[in-house]
Design a binder for this molecule. Structure first.
Ligand code: MN
Length: 261
């Protein structure tokens, strides 16, 4: 029964049999923001201004005004974010059915490949090879790509911008098509600043993960961390964005429930 299932989960959380892993980066002024080619409009970094802190401006309370682009730090990409997803119903942060924010996690580890090549792209063959070694990816799941890119603590190393643009890993269009069409995932999550590779403005189609994932009414999660604490299968991810009306995305807290041991 559903009631018993929830009770069992709560007991597992209380006993530590299931642990909670935070997949979220700290959100602060230093949080790196995606740098698009200069012909495109930029997004504001995170900022915070104090309103009062137990002082004459508010003797008993502390609070701040905050500002940032929707796609800042660990954040959610809604289908409406991309022109290919603009006509789906319920495609923005306030009206996506909330059931779609929770699902099993399939974690594809390409950290070795990325260590050898920062421009590494996960392709369909790579996903299928992972499935042969682990499990078939089930519908309505999150596919998270572990690159260990979040271990680059210095923002310059994290963005990795050279004369010809950013060099960060991502997806070949074949993997995105496979996951969206053949596996019907909720979306994909990555450790880099966006779900597409650093060089993806030069790909065909341009930004293939955004184009094809949102074009299939699916989601993105960017700037995740601690993916090295997740098993390849068996974890559950909870990733609800802020309920911004007509929002294209939002910073969010992403949690994973993971069986201990
Ligand atoms: Mn985004």
């Amino acid at each position: 029964m559903a009631g018993n299932a929830l009770e069992a989960l709560l007991q597992a959380l209380a006993s530590g049999a299931v642990k909670v892993v935070d997949l979220t980066q700290p959100l602060q002024a230093a949080t790196p923001v995606i740098q698009l080619p200069p012909i495109f409009a930029p997004s504001k970094p995170f900022s915070m201004q104090e309103i009062s802190r137990y002082d004459e401006r508010g003797p008993g309370w502390y609070w701040n005004n905050i500002a940032c682009g929707e796609h800042t730090g660990t954040h959610f990409d809604a289908p409406i974010h991309w022109v290919t997803g603009k006509d789906y119903p319920n495609n923005a942060t306030h009206n996506i059915p909330v059931e779609r924010f929770i699902g099993p996690a399939f974690v594809i580890d390409v950290a070795k490949e990325v260590a050898a090549n920062p421009d590494f792209l996960l392709n369909e063959e790579g996903v299928q090879s992972w499935e042969k070694r682990h499990a078939r990816i089930t519908p309505k799941s999150w596919v998270l790509v572990r690159t260990d890119w979040s271990k680059r603590a210095n923002p310059q190393d994290y963005l990795n911008i050279k004369q010809d643009g950013a060099h960060t890993p991502g997806f070949h269009k074949s993997a995105v098509e496979f996951l969206a069409k053949q596996r019907d995932v909720l979306g994909v999550g990555v450790e880099t600043v966006g779900t597409d590779a650093g060089q993806a403005s030069n790909f065909d189609p341009m930004f293939p993960c955004h184009t094809l994932m949102h074009g299939s009414n699916k989601f993105g999660l960017a700037s995740l961390t601690n993916l090295d604490q997740l098993p390849p299968t068996g974890a559950m991810v909870i990733a609800p964005p802020l309920k911004i009306v007509n929002g294209s995305g939002s910073p969010l807290r992403v949690l994973a429930l993971v069986p201990a041991g």
